[in-house]
Design a protein. Structure first.
Length: 118
């Protein structure tokens, strides 16, 4: 499975971005996809996951921070994962990675940099 993330960039506080992650290769029907992020000097952390059936989960560690601002979604027909981000804050600055998981294990994209700064 290959994952290609895109949509990052420089945005001012309060701005919006939509990240996309296009998957290709041997995609299993049952899978979970997710977004992780790694801020400068910090460890990679889970942001949110979504199952192939559409069930979503936002990580407890970031739930309060991103609640109401980030929305994970997917289009199975397009094999694409999304992360809609609004009201961005400087603390959202990070490299965002998409992840695909099935019974074989984890697959990672290359990451897309989101910088929130005035």
């Amino acid at each position: 499975v290959q994952l290609q993330a895109s949509g990052g960039g420089l945005v001012q506080p309060g701005g919006s971005l939509r990240l996309s992650c296009a998957a290709s290769g041997n995609i299993f029907t049952i899978n979970v996809m997710g977004w992780y992020r790694q801020a400068p000097g910090k460890e990679r952390e889970l942001v949110a996951t979504i199952t192939s059936g559409g069930g979503t989960n936002y990580a407890d560690s970031v739930a309060d921070s991103v609640k109401g601002r980030f929305t994970i979604s997917r289009d199975n027909a397009k094999k694409t994962l999304y992360l809609q981000m609004i009201s961005l804050k400087p603390e959202d600055t990070a490299v965002y990675y998409c992840n695909y998981r099935d019974r074989r294990g984890d697959f990672w994209g290359q990451g897309t940099l989101v910088t929130v700064s005035s």
